[in-house]
Write a protein that binds this ligand. Structure first.
Ligand code: G1P
Length: 290
């Protein structure tokens, strides 16, 4: 079994659930404390042993490229003023990984965005991380999934149980339980109405996929919301490939949505030694006043 060496991170979406800020600001650049959301997923890949990262961008996303590039003037200024800590911090983000870019020309769905990775991926398995989903876990979610992939030698999709009232916001799987939190996927459906949902096991934005997915995407017609859905392409492969659903260990924040972004900021701030006491006290005072 070849080692997984590459990940794909689609960052082309409009961020409509976060308007108006996303009118001129990529949602992936919104801060969680002092780092943009996209950095958390790049770091998850690195902490899972993967350095080669393809970002599938789109119009209006140049701030992401600038962020991972050198900031020549700023670095010179920090150097001259002897601010070495800040210099290291700024330079660190541009040397974090080997980042590649390709630009999705029209926002035609996650399946379409993924198809742009076709030339980057050879005959191999690779990881996919959706930056709307930030996962706080003692062992990075992708790393947990790589272990499952090595054990079952299959595709792996991260899932979590959601209330039935929320199934229509997710891809939902139908699985045959084969272990603790591990299922053989027998069917999956993108954003079903509750009556059509085969379970409440929702796809979270982490996948390990075989390169055969590209051929399946080619054959996939627009589905839910008129978009080419990755879920539909996966469904096409089920007859010949094994897909394992894995209930990961960790807390997931949907930072593509207002309340999720706020929750992630509070949770990550409370984990930071330099902020914890101040934020905790502030929240306590706030509730006392309430
Ligand atoms: C995408 C996938 C969906 C999955 C979700 C997880 O949807 O299409 O299957 O459940 O990510 O975040 P999106 O939320 O991008 O519309």
């Amino acid at each position: 079994m070849k080692e997984i060496k590459k990940v794909v991170i689609p960052v082309g979406g409009f961020g409509t659930r976060l308007l108006p800020i996303t009118k001129s600001q990529p949602k992936e650049m919104l801060p969680i404390v002092d780092k943009p959301a996209v950095q958390y997923v790049v770091e998850e890949a690195l902490n899972s042993g993967i350095k080669n990262v393809l970002l599938v961008t789109g119009r209006g996303k140049r701030a992401i490229e600038d962020y991972f590039d050198y900031a020549v003037e700023l670095e010179r200024e920090l150097e001259e003023k002897g601010k070495t800590d800040l210099l290291e911090l700024v330079r660190g983000t541009s040397e974090i990984a080997r980042i590649f870019y390709v630009r999705q020309k029209l926002a035609r769905g996650l399946g379409d965005a993924m198809y742009y990775a076709n030339g980057f991926i050879n005959d191999e398995y690779f990881g996919v991380l959706l930056p709307d989903d930030i996962i706080d876990a003692p062992i990075p979610c992708l790393k947990q999934m790589i272990e499952i992939h090595q054990k079952y030698k299959s595709n792996v999709i991260a899932v979590m149980k959601v209330p039935f009232s929320e199934v229509k916001a997710y891809g939902i799987i139908e699985g045959k339980k084969i272990g603790d939190g591990i299922y053989d996927i027998v069917d999956l459906v993108e954003k079903p109405e509750v009556e059509q949902a085969p379970s409440n096991l929702a796809i979270v934005g982490r996948y390990i996929l075989n390169s055969t997915i590209f051929e399946a995407i080619e054959k996939t017609e627009p589905g839910k919301n008129g978009e080419i859905q990755l879920t539909d392409a996966i469904k096409k492969l089920l007859y010949k490939e094994r897909f394992i659903a894995y209930e990961f260990n960790g807390v997931r924040y949907d930072v593509g949505e207002k309340s999720g972004l706020i929750k992630a900021n509070i949770a990550f701030a409370l984990k930071r030694e330099d902020l914890r006491e101040e934020i905790k006290k502030y929240l306590e005072d706030l509730f006392r006043r309430d």
